[in-house]
Design a protein around this ligand. Structure first.
Ligand code: SAM
Length: 174
């Protein structure tokens, strides 16, 4: 849809790197690159992305399903702050993050099971903690809500979709 787009993906899983090598392509007008990097080292990500992204222009920073893999809440907030600081005014930041605000103990039990058998570990956060990722930014309506309620289509029965334990928001840097 926008072949001139310049995109840099980041992941720290070698398997994702293998798929990226096989799948990522770009048109001649744009760029589609991949950094094998860890979100806990945002400076490395910023410096390796710099040849492909013009940080003097607005950029979309998309952190989907990844901040809940950073166990330390203060560190997670600091990572977002560091990345946002590097962005030009007019940039957008989109985040989604797991919570137990909707299903409570059932979600906490599911994540406890995941943390016993799977990697990387998951840390659930409250909607308030998720909202704090957008501190200092202009949070767009409807704010931080369950992903199914972010500008939703009504169901066939004319109702709002059920809320899920994944909250999200989109903000603009002034
Ligand atoms: C739940 S998946 C989400 C993938 C994709 N963003 C999406 O929304 O479909 C989480 C991804 O984050 C990656 N990840 C987890 N911890 C990371 C870290 N510290 N640095 C970079 N990537 C990480 C995992 O390898 C995995 O590919």
């Amino acid at each position: 849809m926008a072949p001139e787009s310049r995109i840099v993906y980041v992941d720290n899983d070698p398997l994702v790197l293998a798929h990226a090598r096989a799948l990522l392509i770009s048109s001649a007008e744009g760029a589609c690159h991949y950094i094998e990097g860890d979100l806990r080292d945002p400076d490395k990500i910023l410096s390796e992305a710099a040849p492909d992204l013009d940080f003097a222009e607005p950029v979309a920073l998309i952190l989907l399903g990844v901040l809940h893999h950073i166990p330390d809440t203060a560190q997670a907030h600091e990572i977002v702050r560091r990345l946002v600081t590097a962005l030009a005014p007019g940039s957008y930041i989109a985040i989604n993050h797991s919570t137990s605000a909707i299903h409570g103990a059932a979600m906490e039990e599911a994540v406890a099971h995941w943390n016993k058998v799977g990697t990387p570990s998951m840390t659930l956060r409250t909607p308030q903690q998720i909202t704090r990722f957008f501190d200092g930014l202009e949070l767009l309506p409807p704010g931080v809500v369950s992903c199914s309620r972010w500008r939703p289509d009504l169901t066939a029965a004319g109702r709002l979709p059920a809320e899920v334990d994944e909250f999200c928001g989109v903000a603009r840097k002034r």
